[in-house]
Ligand binder design. Structure first.
Ligand code: V4E
Length: 246
């Protein structure tokens, strides 16, 4: 898949009975891990304002989570057009309910995850409207050349389960926030609606908050540690005013 996988995911709040429920549904524990994520942006936050999330994940390397390009859009052409800012409540997210669905908006999100250096750098250049320079064939060169700076750093302890084609991650972040998610990976935009239904079905079976949007780790991290950044993303419509944990 040249342009990376498309992730359809839905976050929920796990409780003391979640793992037993997973086991009862036939899910298998796929592993436990612990990793640090470092997130990067320009000093004026142009990447996250455009809903682009560049991170260096310990054990995995550089990853860019961003809204899938519209059909026919360049997947990683250098100098690709800057996407429009996302709709209210997060752009890559399925925050605008599709006509056929009775699901409440904002419960499942859809993002592309790019990992190949060429795709990551191409998309960064497209969003920032700059041409790539020599030495930017690897992500660290582009990060330095584009003047990107770290804005978030935290460790996640994760337990992952597999059930059919779905993954369930139970995350505990080191800043004191726990969140779980059901995730499907698909290879093409056409597969998103069916994956979304599967994800939401399992989420309803697991979460006590089946129709509630649960904030991700970053939303809580920014609100607590980078309040001005958080406010800016609320104003930009990239993060919704999620119900926040205390
Ligand atoms: C896409 C995104 C961000 C990047 C972090 O994504 P997230 O899925 O929260 O982190 P994680 O560690 O679970 O990644 P994984 O291991 O699954 O790849 S930060 C904010 N967003 C946008 C966003 C949004 N607007 N709303 C929700 C509910 N989630 C993410």
């Amino acid at each position: 898949m040249p342009s990376g996988s498309i992730e359809v995911e839905s976050k929920f709040t796990a409780g003391p009975g979640t793992e037993a429920r997973l086991a009862a549904l036939g899910a298998a524990l796929a592993g436990s891990s612990s990793f640090r994520d470092l997130y990067y942006d320009t000093p004026d936050l142009r990447l996250t304002r455009a809903d682009h999330w560049l991170r260096l994940r310990q054990g995995a390397g550089w990853e860019l989570k961003c809204p899938p390009l519209p059909r026919g859009g360049a997947s990683h052409g250098l100098g690709a057009a800057c996407p429009e800012p996302p709709a209210e409540g997060a752009g890559g997210s399925s925050h605008v309910p599709d006509a056929a669905s009775q699901e409440p908006p904002a419960v499942a999100t859809t993002y592309q995850e790019l990992t190949s250096p060429r795709a990551v750098v191409g998309r960064l250049c497209g969003v920032l409207g700059v041409a790539p320079a020599p030495g930017w064939d690897q992500v660290p060169g582009a990060v330095a050349g584009l003047g990107l700076q770290e804005f978030a750093s935290f460790v996640t302890r994760r337990r992952s389960y597999r059930l059919g084609g779905l993954r369930v991650d139970l995350d505990q972040a080191d800043f004191g926030y726990a969140v779980a998610e059901v995730e499907a990976l698909v290879g093409a935009q056409e597969e998103v609606p069916a994956a979304r239904e599967e994800v939401l079905q399992l989420r309803r079976a697991l979460g006590p908050d089946g129709a509630t949007r649960v904030p991700g780790k970053m939303s809580v991290y920014l609100r607590r540690h980078r309040p001005r950044h958080y406010q800016l993303l609320l104003q930009a419509g990239v993060l919704a005013g999620d119900p926040q944990p205390p």
